[in-house]
Ligand binder design. Sequence first.
Ligand code: ARG
Length: 571
Amino acid sequence: MSLLPLLNDRFASALAQVGAPNAHPLVQQAGRPEFGDYQMNGVMGAAKALKLNPRELAQKVIDAVDLADIAASLEIAGPGFINIKLADQFLAARVASALNDTHLGVENLPRQKVMVEYSSVNLAKEMHIGHLRGGIIGDALARIQGFVGQEVIRQNHVGDWGTQFGMLVAYMVESSKAGEADFELKDLDSFYKKSKVRFDEDPVFADLAREYVVKLQGGDAEVLALWKQFVAISLTHCNAIYQKLGLLLNDGDVRGESFYNDDLPVLVGELREKGILTEDQGAQVVFLDEFKNKDGEPAAFIVQKQGGGYLYATTDLGAIRFRTRELKLDRCLYVVDARQGLHFQQLFTTARKAGFLAEHAQFEHIAHGTIMGPDGKPLKTRSGDSVKLGDLLDEAIDRAYALVSSKNPDQDEAKRREIATAVGIGALKYADLSKNRNTDYIFDWDAMLSFEGNTAPYLQYAYTRVKSIFRKVGDWDQKAAINLTEPTEHALALELARFADVIHQVARDSLPHFLCSYLYNVATAFSRFYEACPVLQDGTANTSRLRLCALTAETLRTGLGLLGIQVLEVM
Ligand code: ARG
């Protein structure tokens, strides 16, 4: 069992023994070193309920609690906190068993079928900076869910359906007649812009585009083939970005909006049968009392427009219905921009009413903020266009290359390129993941590429520093006993022993910045340890300390790997 549940369980039974009620969680990480390693704060509430003196009750709990094998000391502090200092031997045993385990002591969570839906780009245009956060966060969450033993389905719910595709297909036909389609499609954005210009300027073209939409929806083979071609080219663009960014997504993860097309009339029929559909000004809507406006009127979740057209919301209902009935998901994480928050709340509420969600299923909007420019507005290029993701990734790698070259001018070119890719992409990802995903942040190349502070380069460098120790040592006894004697050894072992709790927390709450702060803490605890405790002295290695180094390296490598960030043996 990982540390927090272990301590919580022991205190829960102690409270039960002394007849006190308990409110979980009882134990938390101590905020300051003088509070010990953990602090139990469940006594005050219990004492109040029992009308007892809290410090007296704390003493009873200390007498009752069974922590002989775990804690070195338990102390009452302040109004009735219990400060817990873990035993060095206990921590040493934890380090040893983590080193023996490919999952570093992280136990599987109860098995679930979990979908992580992310990226979900609209295929008409090239990927831009607005797609960066969802891709990075979703990828990290998918990796973490897999690491804790879940059956993970990655899903790229691409926007591949709707009126603009009629326009694009019409332009494909037109430009291929002129023999230019292949060439023009290399730049999706300008292809889109040009077709929009044609649509706006030429009513004959616009009519043709509308005709194609109808044909597309009617399943016309010729138009469908053109549409498929367009989708394939767009996905090639996306795949190149995913690859450069090191995301797991591939064609097998794509299930676009078009997939649900045939289900839409069926599901609207089901909503009608359920009696939750109302006709409102010609549109089919579900009224949601849960979302009343200022005047007390319920919000209308529109599922079919006047005239019969379906919407984004309808497709999402189709997807939920499919994910429940066919895929039988226990959990679904929708990693999508926070500005779609209301849509998802209304979607989940409607799906519950419609019976499209299993009772136990957790469908969650994993919202993220926006990447801002230095002016505090969403980041744009100088000319006011959205920043293309391909360009941004290239710039990250170029900047890292310049940095690496200035630090290591003598290293060979290929090696510098390899390091630059890991550092540049790592920096971009880590800068994002290390912030609470719910907030916006200001994009800052210098900060993310700094070798100091809570950044990817700092952690990647810390990893190579640890690894360099082993190159100096050569063969050593990897099963050597671990003895923790110095305070910095205790502090490092404690950090390392927390790994499982942190991973479990992120798997539950989908907040990867907790994993980032944790890894940063590991790296700083290692630095303090390394300064205070010689590992190699007069040609002999301290094998106990080497084992701490080994787990530090593995924890950094695994933790960064779960964030989708590569480490290097040398930098
Ligand atoms: N394609 C949508 C957009 O670009 C995002 C889709 C999010 N996922 C969903 N199931 N609605 O805005």
